[in-house]
Every structure is written in C-alpha cells, then in structure tokens.
Design a protein around this ligand. Structure first.
Ligand code: APR
Length: 313
C-alpha cells in the first residue's frame, strides 16, 4: 500500500509541494484548502500530468478533512504569506488561528501522523500545533532549516563557482532574521568555507541567507517564496516515508539540548519513519552560542504572544 500525505493549504507552497511529492512518486496526496474548488482544481491538474511523468500516485483535492484520514504525514502550509514590508512576526496572530484550526482537524482524522508545520512565523506556529495536537515531539517538526541551508548553499556555490553538489551548508536557530548560519560547519567537498572565503565574503553570504525570505518577498511583491520551501518540505517527507535516518536541520522541540528548553528551534535532527529520532548536539563556540541564544530569545517572544493569545480565549 502506498503512503498517504496530506497538505493543508493548496496555495503556492502547498501545491508546489504536491507537485514534487507526486513527481517523485512518494505518496498518495490529499490537498486541503478553505477555498472551494482550488484544491480540487489543482489536484486534478496535477493528476492529469502524471501519465506523462509515469508516476502512479493519486492526487485529490478537498475542503473536507475526512478525506485526509489516516495520513502518514501531514504538512501544514495554510496561512497568509508575508507581504512586502511585513515581517514574519507580523503574521503571528493571523496565522496562529489558521494553524490552530487546521491542526485540530488533522489530529482528529490522522492521530498517528507526523506533522510538519511550514506556516510562518515557523517556530511559533510549531508551538501552536503542539498545543492543539498534544503530539509528542517525535511527531511534530517545523520546516525551515532545510530551506535556510539550501539558500546558504546556493549562495556559497555561486560565490565559489562550484557545483551545488559539493556544498553542505549548516544553519541553526529560529527561522527569522536572527537565524544562525554556521560557516565552520559549512563545507565544499568537505572543506570548511572558512578555508575558502575571507571573513567579509562569508559575512555577506550569511547576511543574505538570514534575509533570504525577505529578498524574495521584495521581488515578488505579492507573495513569498515557494519553490525552495516546497523542495525542502519534500526532503523531510522523503526522509520520513523512506525511514532514511537522515540528518536534516528542522525545527524541533528542545528539552535542554543546546541549553534550551520547551522551545521549537532549528537544530540538526535525525529523521526516520517515526519522525524525529534524535536531536544531534554539537559544541558551539561562545560566539555561536550567543547568536543561538539571541535567536531563541526572539522565538520565545513570539511564543509568549501565542500563549497569551491562547489564554485570552
Ligand atoms: N484552512 C485551509 N487552508 C487555508 C486556511 C484554512 N483555515 N486559511 C488559508 N488557507 C489557504 C489559502 O486559501 C491559500 O490557498 O492557505 C493557502 C496559502 O497559500 P498562499 O497564499 O499561496 O501562501 P503560500 O505562499 O503557500 O505560503 C503559505 O507558508 O512559507 C509559508 O510564509 C508562508 O505562512 C506562509 C505559508
């Protein structure tokens, strides 16, 4: 029997993720959206592309969560994308309601699924999903690190004029302007980029990575990035469905790792069939630790708003 993946939110990120998952023949796919006709239309269009590709999966669209029953993985992309001039943090309250409502429905129909949250502000939306789902941390992850690392890797490859295949980039921390790209663990053919680029060049690439989402928003003007986010989600889904034990940077609920407790933040995670198998801890320099703590403090501020919003209900 094929695996089943539900994607909540049939907008740019959701539909593009469905495209990758279907093309890779990873699972049967259900697209859910609040707008009538959109998930159905996009699903049908995608389904009609699959004979050309030769991919045998089903793709359905619906406004009814009953269709999502017994999904192995559920990806939540529902929400408003960031508009120009709007920080990820401005999105907080609006998207908390949407992610909360979606999570309730998802959990009702797929109580054993691994939930991947994508809606921004990411780390805080993971906390919303945790509160609504009661899922253990093993089955609740946020997608940000694969995307942020991919951006860093793309910039490193372009700067050094090398194949993207040679680059392994490493980003820690929250998915915000305070994220922590780690040059000393970012390598080209195994060589740390600190050996290949000067400090100024690295700082420039790090800054561009941290502002990577905003750079796309400023260009698009009417939405936010979706090609790279969708490919990054696909990488996490692939690692889970194929039980790969693959280490990918994801937002996970920390329980004291890196000196951080009860907060979702981006760290290297080993992913397999059950979702999160292990948080990998590495030793940080004093400077890196300071940057991570600063990023965690920014996430905690948003989480405090989420908790206050929940209590006022
Ligand atoms: N239930 C289901 N779907 C919803 C709901 C809801 N309550 N509210 C909104 N949606 C749907 C919208 O109808 C829309 O189709 O979510 C979709 C969002 O799609 P886009 O507006 O295209 O946004 P997208 O670019 O996909 O980004 C979605 O992912 O990367 C993050 O920051 C991004 O938070 C944003 C999210």
């Amino acid at each position: 029997m094929r695996n089943k993946v539900t994607i909540v939110g049939a907008g740019n990120v959701g539909a593009t993720t469905a495209h990758w998952l279907a093309a890779k023949e990873l699972a049967d796919i259900v697209l859910i959206d609040i707008v009538e006709g959109v998930p159905q239309g996009k699903a049908l269009d995608l389904l009609e592309s699959l004979p050309v590709e030769g991919a045998d999966v089903s793709v359905t669209g619906s406004n009814d969560y009953a269709e999502t029953a017994d999904s192995d993985v559920v990806v939540v992309t529902a929400g408003f994308p960031r508009k120009p001039g709007m920080s990820r943090d401005d999105l907080l309250k609006a998207n908390a309601d949407i992610v909360g409502a979606a999570t309730e429905q998802v959990v009702k129909h797929s109580p054993s699924a691994v939930l991947i949250v994508v809606t921004n502000p990411l780390d805080a939306m993971c906390e919303v999903a945790r509160m609504k789902s009661g899922f253990p941390r093993e089955r609740l992850l946020g997608m940000a690190g694969v995307l942020d690392s991919a951006r860093f890797a793309a910039f490193i490859a372009a700067e050094l004029k090398v194949s993207v295949d040679n680059v392994q980039a490493f980003v820690l921390g929250g998915h915000g302007d305070q994220m922590v790209p780690l040059p000393r663990y970012s390598t080209v053919a195994g060589i740390p980029i600190t050996e290949l680029l000067d400090v100024q060049a690295i700082q420039r690439l790090v800054k561009r990575t941290a502002g990577g989402g905003g750079e796309i928003v400023a260009l698009l003007k009417t939405g936010s990035a979706y090609y790279a986010p969708a490919r990054a989600i696909t990488e996490m889904v692939d690692a889970i469905l194929k039980d790969k034990h693959k280490i990918l940077p994801c937002a996970a609920l920390l329980r004291g790792e890196y000196g951080i407790k009860d907060l979702f933040i981006g760290v290297p995670c080993k992913l397999g069939a059950g979702g999160l198998e292990q948080v990998i801890t590495i030793t940080l320099t004093a400077e890196e630790e300071k940057a991570l703590n600063k990023s965690a403090a920014a996430v905690r501020e948003l989480v405090d708003v989420v908790h206050a919003q929940a209590q006022s209900r």
